[in-house]
Design a protein around this ligand. Sequence first.
Ligand code: DGT
Ligand code: CA
Ligand code: CA
Ligand code: ZN
Length: 581
Amino acid sequence: MTNQEIAEIFERIGDMLDILGENRYKVLAYRRAAENIRHLPRDLRSYWQAGALQDIPGIGPAIEEKIEELLTTGRLGFYERLQDQVPVGVVSLLQIPDVGPKTAKLLWERLGVQSVAEVEEAARAGRLRTLPGLGSRSEARILAGIQALHRRSDRIPLGTAWPAATALLDGLRAACSEVVQTAVAGSLRRMRSTIGDIDLLAASLAPATVMRAFATLPQVAEVILSGQTKTSVRLHNGLQADLRVLEPDRWGAALQYFTGSQTHNIHLREMAQKQGLSLSEYGFKREDGSEIRCPEEAMVYETLGLPWIPPELREDRGEIEAALAGKLPRLVEGSDIQGDLHAHTDWSDGANTLAEMAEAARQRGYRYLVISDHTQGLGIARGLSPERLQAQRVPIDALNAQWDDFTLLQGCELEIKADGRLDFPDEVLARLDFVVASVHTSLRQDPEQITARILNAIRNPYVDVIGHPSGRILGQREESAADVEAIIQAAAETGTALEINSTPNRLDLDDVHVRRAVELGVKLAINSDAHHTGGLDSLIYGLATARRGWATAADILNTLSLEELRAWRQARIARATGRAG
Ligand code: DGT
Ligand code: CA
Ligand code: CA
Ligand code: ZN
């Protein structure tokens, strides 16, 4: 059994217990075990053989016993008994956005439905609205959720694929001395928010040796296809990865070709044809059959009379025209980032202390970190009252006395309440160094209602940034109905910044909205929204999203120095309060 299959069983056990109304902690324990097994770098069996199952976070004696049963017999009695109580089809209803365990149970018990298709049929027949607690609005929402489900593919988040790909290439270089060069290609190199499969390249004069080394890496669960220049494998974590091996003097051409996107490549090929050249993954061919090999990627572009184009822009969204006109943007880079404007601590729902978060930010070379714990309105995240917020100032000041190269700023992640009011009055917000305002509840309101809530926050003089404006969770929750265009326009008027939340399953704003914000001169904040020290590293995904949206350092708020950042807030407040202050 693969890790993926075992993880799925535990995931399903969690869902079944949830539908049966079991204890919350028990449900969470199974989900956590599933999540950790899913992301293991090696075969679960090897942990078991080493007697190290309980070293995996979230695996205690009860779950260890179940893993053993699965690995030795391929079956699990506990799971089979649960299936007698809850049909698998009922569990599948949980895939529908907005259908939780309570609703799934209700639909099953009252209507007897046991599949998404049956729910869809019942909704179309108007039978959902008759159930207690559901109305015609819920019915429409569930129907819309089913539509979204049909559109959804099984693409994986960038934040899952990127570390897996990097580890594979590290492993390959370590395992095989015949490898001259390696690179990530495909949508992953373009840093799309979701990835279909992982594309890897290696340059070598001994392709067969490299392929063999690749196929036997510990992450590999099975070889799907093995050809002369390409090997496709499935990893223990369920992802598919393709490795192509090529001659070093064709490296640039192959890297360019396999980075894509396909539409970008088609556009380049048309340009080549006009010059009497044909372009493929092997390089250029002239009409007389002679070759132009490209050991470097830039040579492909150079041959076509273009400057090198950053991979994040290669979607044929005007980058080739901009390159021809000498108008490619100088995209923001990691080294431009001076600090992070959104992080949580154990004062609300974060895992680490103020001191630990500060030290982690400082180690990453930042000059400042905004502590933005949740406010009281978000009860489930242990949101802070104005009093606790004031108390938090004391340790922050004490920590700041220790450094002269780094500053903790006190902020909050201000709850935008369901009725549109903000969680704190202006005088509390005025005392803070920085304010991120976000919507976390009632995300399914009508477009007018939810847009009005966010616009109200944008117009507050003390709100600096709107956090994760669209509310999407990749693979789980569609964007809210909020009118993002209206939000961007309002932000342009008030000078409020919008967040690019870097949490891998958010990436919100997305690249397309980022580009629109850049067009209208709106400042963007690339924030980690870290809930533990390691979470700070997610910033690379937000940075990539900013780059895919054509953002330069000047478009990004957290490229400012500490002094500039403080001045930026003060100037905005002064302007918004009519220069009274
Ligand atoms: P994905 O995997 O769906 O996230 O998207 P990509 O862009 O990684 O697509 P993939 O994995 O099918 O192929 C990787 C790149 O290789 C793609 O961006 C362009 C290039 N490529 C692969 N097959 C073809 C093809 O048949 N025609 C063209 N023009 N390009 C191809
Ligand atoms: Ca791919
Ligand atoms: Ca591929
Ligand atoms: Zn947050």
